[in-house]
Design a protein. Structure first.
Length: 330
């Protein structure tokens, strides 16, 4: 069993070395442990620090592409390097690397194909009360949208079995954490969560400038992913919002027509007709979106098979440093 710990990094020269050296190189049930650093267009000494700290592989993006795309490029590179299990962690050393054995245990025991490390949110001193409340609320929304039971959805400390990793396809450019959980839930990939510890991180997050931006981007991500993977359900719900008041308006007109001839109540009938027309359009859009979603599912299955069939890189024990244009990364 080969484990690759991937670390997306953007200008992390101050903390990257600590994150790499903290990775345990001997784990029960694992034959070899390797570290892959994904350099997301850093302008500092991130690549040099990664080499000096003992990273086994370094994947350099041709430009800054964002966390989600760097994550996906790392997944594809790890699969090409022959990883049986992939662990994703942060370059700021937020997560305790000593918990990697506990994180991959459900995968080794075949109890799950994706494992998400659940942080002790209530005990993290650097999180404000508002942020803690929003973390719990966001995780609840993701659980509802995905049909899973993951208590810490934004956590980036995760383990993926090879087959599950190949089936992931991130569309969002902001972050992969929410999308991959909803996607895995819709694809019925077995998931679970284990408690993990965290280290103190002094610098603020680089993903968002403030809590308002984080909320807006998270809501946008959840809605977009839900529409992509459950389009018929989404558009049927919208169609129901238009059709129910339309039916009520028609019922009102029929009542007055039966009692006093309906004089003066034609407006209700006109409004109801317009609402029913909108509901019909939304229903038709839902049918088309569902067909597109089915085609997307077939394409993702083909992509997963191609990733699993790709030959492993010949020099797996040597460092791999090369530039990647994300447009051609797949």
């Amino acid at each position: 069993m080969k484990l690759i710990v991937q670390i997306p990094a953007l200008n992390e020269e101050e903390t990257l070395a600590e994150a790499i050296t903290a990775v345990p190189r001997r784990i029960r049930g694992i034959t070899s442990v390797e570290v892959l650093v994904i350099d997301d267009g850093s302008t500092d000494r991130t690549v040099e620090v990664a080499k000096q700290a003992g990273a086994d592989h370094i994947l350099q993006m041709s430009s800054h592409v964002g966390l989600a795309r760097a994550f996906l490029a790392g997944i594809e590179e790890s699969l090409a390097l022959g990883a049986d299990i992939i662990v994703n962690t942060d370059a700021d050393n937020q997560y305790c690397a000593e918990d990697i054995p506990a994180l991959i245990e459900p995968v080794l025991d075949r109890r799950a194909q994706i494992v998400v490390g659940a942080r002790p949110i209530r005990e993290i001193e650097s999180f404000s009360p508002v942020k803690k409340a929003l973390q719990r609320l966001g995780s609840w929304v993701v659980r509802v949208a995905s049909g899973t039971d993951i208590p810490d959805a934004p956590s980036g400390f995760r383990a993926y079995a090879r087959d599950a990793a190949a089936r992931l396809c991130v569309v969002n450019t902001y972050t992969y954490t929410l999308e991959t959980i909803i996607q895995a839930g819709r694809k019925r990939i077995p998931m679970t969560s284990v408690p993990v510890r965290v280290n103190t991180v002094k610098r603020p997050s680089r993903l968002f400038r403030g809590m308002g931006q984080y909320i807006m981007r998270s809501v946008k991500t959840i809605l977009r992913v839900f529409v992509i993977y459950a389009p018929l359900r989404f558009f049927m719900a919208l169609a129901a919002l238009f059709s129910l008041p339309a039916l009520a308006g028609i019922g009102r007109f029929v009542y007055f027509y039966a009692t006093d001839g309906g004089a003066g109540h034609v407006q209700s009938l006109v409004l109801s007709g317009a609402l029913l027309a909108m509901a019909t359009i939304l229903f038709a859009v839902g049918i088309l979106a569902d067909l597109i979603a089915a085609n997307r599912s077939l394409l993702e299955d083909i992509r997963a098979r191609e990733l699993l069939r790709k030959p492993q890189r010949l020099q797996q024990t040597a460092k791999v440093v090369h530039a990647v244009d994300f447009a051609n990364a797949s």
